[in-house]
Design a binder for this molecule. Structure first.
Ligand code: NOJ
Length: 487
């Protein structure tokens, strides 16, 4: 019996595993498998491609009051009536704080060799700055040791939206430059202590969403509805925080530590793949990311970004900090953000409106456009010359209804993943430098404003019992990893 009620017998019984003829024992190498298989996939990935899963602290850890953790803006927001669809919060979530050893076994059962997780700033600095809380950092020490003992390489994100509430209360959070400085100090502290085992660090997860949904639309914590000018200033402070953190990590982490970011880059897809539309999609993508990725990677704002009335207040020094060189770019890719056509206008492009009939998954925002996973890394490589790219998130929610036999046949998630991965393989086969892929997510978890109603996991979680059960997509992903190819 596996702990948390997830038994090997159950794993073996799940139709998906059995149908694929997979044992639940150790995963054979890709070589061994391809020798024994007569199914030749044309869609093979580079030999050293890294397969993993991704999660974040507030979405899975729970234990919000354990071992001296301070409150975060997400604790406050989730406990505010009316903010979360099912009136839930992350107080317990997946109880990963106490069940991390079992969860590492889930990763191992998939055959993943990497894992992207995030560190909760308020566990390490309960007040955001000042006295650290060694017990909080110890959790990540335990997690890292467990991952490495199981042959899984950790990739850590320093900020996945759980800002210490104290910083919001004291200085308005990301509305203040002080938060950028506090983030750098926290980054220095953590990277100095964990970089003996974590060799890849992401500064900030999805600046774009934390600015728009957290500070513009009020749908994410801290739930603000700021003006466009204030939003541009918040984005500038987040970019500055990223740059200062890069410098802090270079100064304090062990030599050889690699640093980057994880962004939901606004992705312009050529509506029809003609040279003119491809060029227009590149122009659009560069401009639509002007306040963050473009300035980070080019060392200057675009003219159009600066020409807007509400451009952020900044100094030349800010821009050189923001554009501190990074080692890799992480891309979170779920949807085609815009279909682009070349146009004879001053911008050189037009964005096609989405028809009401455009297909989506189990969330209205989750439009299905597998080619996004080709164009996102290709744009990063072509527009900015990025030499090392990770897909830091990709995946989908599904209704995940158990069938009569109790199994979850999430064929919609398998369809989604297969088609997106085919496009990722198209990119790697053309030499786009994608080094790895982190599937969102390992387990069902707290999906922000949707609470527990949207499930993104490869493993189903019963939130009453904390029982984890593999879905059919877990079998699919395991086989992809085993063959190092789309199956
Ligand atoms: C991106 C975010 O980083 C992650 O936290 C979220 O759960 C997924 N998108 C799915 O919405």
């Amino acid at each position: 019996m596996w702990s948390n009620g997830f038994s090997r017998r159950h794993l073996g019984k799940l139709a998906g595993w059995a149908a694929l003829g997979l044992s639940t024992g150790s995963v054979k190498s890709a070589d061994a498998q391809s020798r024994s298989s007569d199914h030749k996939s044309i869609a093979a990935f580079p030999a050293d491609f890294r397969w993993g899963t991704a999660t974040s602290s507030y979405q899975i850890e729970g234990a919000v009051n354990e071992d001296g953790r301070g409150p975060s803006i997400w604790d406050r927001f989730a406990h505010t009536p009316g903010k979360i669809a099912d009136h839930s919060n992350g107080d317990v979530a997946d109880d990963h704080y106490n069940r991390y050893k079992d969860d590492v076994q889930l990763m191992k059962a998939l055959g993943t060799k990497t894992y992207r997780f995030s560190i909760a700033w308020p566990r390490v600095f309960p007040e955001g700055t000042g006295a650290p809380n060694p017990k909080g950092l110890d959790f990540y020490n335990r997690l890292l040791d467990e991952l490495l003992a199981n042959g899984i390489e950790p990739f850590a994100t320093l900020y996945h939206w759980d800002l210490p509430q104290a910083l919001q209360d004291r200085s308005g959070g990301w509305m203040s430059r002080d938060t950028a400085k506090a983030f750098a100090d926290y980054s220095a502290y953590v990277s100095e202590r964990l970089s003996d085992r974590v060799k890849h660090i992401f500064t900030i997860n999805e600046c774009s969403r934390l600015v728009q949904l957290g500070h513009g639309l009020g749908l994410d914590a801290p739930g603000l509805k700021l003006s466009q000018g204030e939003l541009n200033q918040v984005r500038h402070h987040v970019a500055l925080g990223h740059g200062l953190a890069v410098q802090a990590i270079r100064a304090y982490a062990k030599p050889g530590t690699k640093v980057g970011l994880a962004e939901n880059m606004v992705n312009g897809i050529p509506a029809i793949e003609t040279p003119a539309n491809i060029r227009a999609a590149e122009i659009a993508t560069r401009e639509l990311n002007a306040g963050y990725l473009t300035v980070i990677l080019e060392g200057k704002f675009t003219d159009a970004y600066l020409a807007q009335a509400d451009a952020p207040k900044h100094t030349a020094d800010d821009v050189s900090i923001i554009s501190s060189p990074i080692d890799f770019v992480g891309l979170n890719v779920y949807t085609p953000d815009h279909y682009v056509l070349a146009a004879d206008n001053s911008r050189g492009y037009t964005l096609a409106p989405f028809p009401a009939s455009f297909p989506h998954m189990d969330a209205a925002w989750l439009r299905v456009g597998p080619e996004a996973l080709y164009w996102a890394p290709r744009h990063a490589s072509k527009i900015w010359g990025v030499k090392s790219i990770y897909i830091t998130e990709n995946g989908t929610s599904s209704t995940d209804q158990p069938a009569a036999d109790g199994n979850i046949y999430d064929t919609d998630r398998v369809m989604y993943l297969r088609n997106y991965l085919l496009h990722l393989q198209r990119a790697t086969s053309e030499g786009v430098p994608v080094a790895g892929y982190f599937l969102w997510s390992l387990i069902d978890n707290f999906e922000w404003m949707d609470g527990y109603q949207k499930r993104f996991g490869l493993y189903h979680v019963d939130f009453n019992t904390q029982r984890r059960t593999p879905k059919l997509s877990a079998s699919f992903y395991r086989e992809v990893i085993r063959q190092n190819a789309v199956v």
